[in-house]
Design a protein around this ligand. Structure first.
Ligand SMILES: [Zn+2]
Length: 526
């Protein structure tokens, strides 16, 4: 932080001169980590995003004036629109991307450069009032998340107006009653909403997120690991669903839940006005959880490094009704596009049973040269209990072999030439084979002095990949890394935000994920 001081424009004055005793107490309090993070925030690292924000703000204001009175043509009725929107969803249409892609961002004029701005120094050329300071608002949103609140305008506004130390450390001055506009006053809720909207629509939350992750990789705060772990998680939607009936390609009547068909305009006669019909909450869908629990909400896919427990990306799934196994491949591709320096690290991706499909494993191998290791999906197979070697009771779906005396045999390896898996009877505490004292010995391995050895042909376990059998120690050891993703999800969803969304649509959901990821990666630097 000290090095960056010298880069500040020389005309910058400290924002606040008074030293409050409360603030001093917070600075020294072990419980107020958020205060120290915001106090020593490396503002200068954010000057590029800040310049992008001011330029986007001009563009946003210009577009808004230009588009007034724009004429659309729309002769679709609400019911037709509902069917069109249904068949555009990723679960209904193969050409719709599985994971969320931001709308393309228009080319914007570069009026403000990073060198012209700093905390408390906002650009002059606005053709009116000075805009609110980017740094103050960015810190307010990140600070809210670091403190465990949802990084959304309402929560940020509540914090700024109720916690004076928070407002001050963000670089804002509490507003006097009846005071006129001053760019240093705590922004109104409307201004915070506008800031959030611009950061979202112009992809700036996402840019700041990737900048953070890249910087943490570059500065070796994140260390190299050879595995990636992935999973999906749900957030509760801020909308309601309707059940839509439709006819599928085979002429069958079907039903699917979808958010309401609506218009974003404020026209009095929405039925006949020319504006397009849209989904009230794009991306929301029915998510099926274990034990037939259904959740209406948004789904996110998370990818991270299991040993350090660091999420590298969280992305909105285009249609939350999408099956989990479909999201992992496009998400890994997206990760490497944005974080190419991590691609050479990775040789294995760990996932749950949803990704246990041969075609998917081959795709990972062929297109990315990465091994996909998925927990076996036990629903797909049953235990085998017929045609077994003598003395053996069953083979579980996971390839574990159990004998008539109830011992689980130790998997030892395979003979690839003769296509056989090899198992030995386990040893007891004294290091002798359990067979030696077993009452089944006479029918199982009467003459053996070292205990039973069993070979099973690959064809008895057709669902198991002999190149990577799940009963091998290596496989088991690696799969113990997989639950690490649960902890990452808990951090993002519970500690740094809230799993009940307050906004609708995938763009807002993606921004929400990006904001929590920014907070996570700021905390990582502490
Ligand atoms: Zn309208």
């Amino acid at each position: 932080m000290l090095q960056t001081q010298s880069q500040k424009p020389s005309n910058q004055l400290p924002l606040i001169h008074t030293v409050d005793e409360d603030d001093q107490l917070l600075l020294n309090s072990p419980d107020a980590q958020w205060y120290r993070i915001l106090k020593y925030f490396p503002d200068m690292d954010y000057r590029q995003v800040a310049a992008d924000y001011y330029n986007s703000l001009y563009h946003f204001n210009k577009i808004r004036t230009m588009h007034r009175g724009d004429q659309h043509v729309n002769d679709e009725d609400k019911q037709q629109a509902t069917q069109r929107l249904l068949f555009e969803r990723a679960t209904m249409n193969d050409s719709t991307p599985i994971i969320f892609e931001q709308d393309s961002i228009p080319a914007i004029e570069q009026i403000v450069t990073p060198r012209q701005i700093a905390p408390g120094i906002t650009p002059d050329r606005v053709g009116g009032k000075k805009p609110k300071c980017f740094f103050a608002m960015f810190k307010s949103f990140s600070g809210a998340s670091i403190m465990g609140f949802a990084p959304e305008p309402e929560d940020v506004h509540k914090l700024l107006t109720s916690n004076l130390s928070f407002a001050r450390v963000c670089g804002l001055v509490p507003k006097d009653t009846d005071a006129n506009y001053w760019y240093k006053y705590v922004p109104s809720l409307r201004k915070l909403e506008q800031f959030d909207q611009i950061m979202t629509e112009y992809g700036l939350w996402s840019k700041a997120k990737w900048d953070h992750v890249r910087e943490n990789v570059h500065s070796k705060i994140i260390h190299k690991e050879n595995e990636l772990v992935g999973d999906t998680t749900h957030y509760h939607g801020h909308s309601v669903f309707k059940t839509i009936e439709y006819t599928d390609s085979k002429g069958k009547e079907k039903k699917k839940s979808q958010s309401k068909t609506t218009k974003k305009c404020q026209c009095e006669d929405v039925t006949n006005c020319p504006h397009p019909w849209e989904l009230a909450d794009t991306g929301a869908g029915t998510i099926v959880k274990a034990h037939n629990r259904y959740i209406w909400g948004h789904k996110a896919s998370i990818l991270g490094l299991p040993l350090q427990g660091i999420p590298l990306d969280a992305v909105a799934v285009s249609d939350s009704a999408t099956h989990d196994g479909e999201t992992i491949f496009p998400h890994v591709v997206r990760l490497f596009e944005n974080l190419p320096q991590v691609h050479p690290w990775i040789d294995t991706v760990l996932y749950d049973g949803a990704a246990d499909a041969q075609g998917l494993k081959e795709k990972f191998d062929k297109d990315l040269n990465i091994r996909l290791r998925a927990s076996l999906n036990p629903r797909r197979t049953k235990s085998v209990s017929i045609n077994l070697p003598r003395g053996m009771e069953k083979i579980t779906p996971y390839g574990n072999l159990i004998c008539e005396a109830g011992f689980e045999m130790d998997y030892k390896g395979m003979r690839y030439e003769s296509e056989k898996f090899i198992y030995h009877a386990p040893l007891d505490e004294s290091g002798c084979s359990v067979c030696l004292g077993c009452d089944q010995k006479s029918i199982c391995c009467r003459l053996s002095k070292k205990g039973r050895v069993v070979t099973l042909s690959f064809s008895m376990l057709p669902h198991i990949d002999p190149k990577d059998p799940p009963m091998a120690k290596r496989f088991k050891a690696m799969m113990t890394h997989r639950p690490s993703v649960e902890r990452m999800i808990k951090r993002l969803k519970c500690d740094l935000s809230d799993d009940r969304l307050k906004k609708r649509g995938n763009a807002a959901f993606q921004a929400y994920l990006d904001k929590t990821m920014i907070a996570f990666h700021i905390l990582l630097r502490q």
